[in-house]
Write a protein that binds this ligand. Structure first.
Ligand code: BJW
Ligand code: ZN
Length: 252
């Protein structure tokens, strides 16, 4: 186990905290990371190619089937001790902002109050033509690896798409602005379970470091963010984060 004591001291002494999370945060809940997302019967596809507007235009049934399968998986799993530790940080340090790239809504389930979603959510489908929000489907999810025709918009008949941000699409302006603002103002930024490869989200910890924050990284693997992190806690979210919280606030 890594020694979390010095990182815990920085966390406990921080006025403003940002928690920035990626797919590794949910790995121990049973949600595969983005770069490992296409396992099993999805293995022959390429996640980076499927997460694009072009893929949805070319083969909407394939893309909708994949997202509906992932939504059903997200509904079956539960937050892990890492998500719970993030909610505990919010309880101990009231000026905490949680920024997530994840689309599974597990932070909300763990009790985080208002996480900023940079890449949308699996639970906010909308019309691909007129952008009106749609109700999440009540149909049973397709089996793994199966295509499924997207439902049609009740207003304009356009295809319903997942409410996520695909490659080549702009991130939602308000959440992005709020995330950058929080990064410029925080004393400590914890970056958890992200490869730091996808922009502009990957700039958030870099911005925080530039504005003087102490960056603490939790990841079992090295990432490009090692360079800006004052503390690299090598390990998984569900093991390192509870230890970090216990060391930061030992009497609670
Ligand atoms: C554990 C663990 C455990 C494992 N515990 N850790 C600058 C330079 C180069 C390229 C670009 C640039 N700026 C923009 C681009 C292009 C592009 C981009 O970044 N490309 C890169 C691939 C190079 N970016 C975009 O296109 C963005 N849009 C944009 O820039 O728009 C400009 C624009 C402006 C105005 C008008 C129009 C356009 C959009 C990016 C959207 C990303 N969307 C996705 C899909 C969301 C829906 C879905 O899930 O399907 O978001 S892609 C995917 O990557 C997903 C994730 O949120 C995101 C980040 O991935 P993450 O979370 O880091 O996961 P992994 O799998 O990569 O890593 C997991 C990590 O966990 C690893 O490090 C493991 O070690 C670790 N781990 N187990 C802790 N138990
Ligand atoms: Zn419509």
């Amino acid at each position: 186990m890594v020694d979390v004591r010095d990182a815990a001291k920085a966390l406990a002494g921080a006025g403003r905290v940002v928690v920035f999370t990626g797919a590794g945060m949910s790995a121990e809940s049973g949600v595969p990371t983005f770069r490992d997302a296409l396992t099993g019967l999805w293995e022959r596809f390429d996640a980076q190619a499927l997460a694009t507007p072009q893929a949805f235009e070319d083969d909407p049934d394939l893309v909708w089937g994949w997202y509906e399968w992932r939504r059903s998986l997200a509904l079956r799993v539960a937050p892990n001790p890492g998500h719970e530790a993030v909610a505990a940080i919010e309880a101990h340090a009231p000026h905490t902002v949680v920024i997530t790239q994840n689309v599974d809504d597990l932070h909300e389930q763990a009790g985080s109050t208002a996480p900023i979603h940079l890449h949308g959510s699996l639970f906010t489908p909308r019309c691909a033509t007129c952008s009106r929000p749609a109700e999440p489907s009540r149909e049973a999810a397709p089996e793994e690896g199966r295509r499924l025709a997207p439902p049609r918009c009740e207003h304009c008949g356009g295809p319903i798409r997942p409410g996520v941000v695909w490659f080549g699409e702009a991130l939602p302006a308000e959440p992005l602005e709020a995330a950058v603002q929080a990064a410029t103002e925080c004393d400590v930024l914890l970056t958890i379970g992200t490869s730091g490869l996808v922009y502009p989200a990957a700039d958030i910890p870099v911005v925080a470091a530039k504005f003087g924050a102490t960056v603490i990284q939790v990841n079992p693997q090295p990432t490009p963010l090692d360079a800006v992190a004052a503390f690299n806690l090598t390990g998984t979210a569900a093991t390192v984060l509870p230890a970090l919280v216990s060391a930061a606030w030992p009497l609670s």
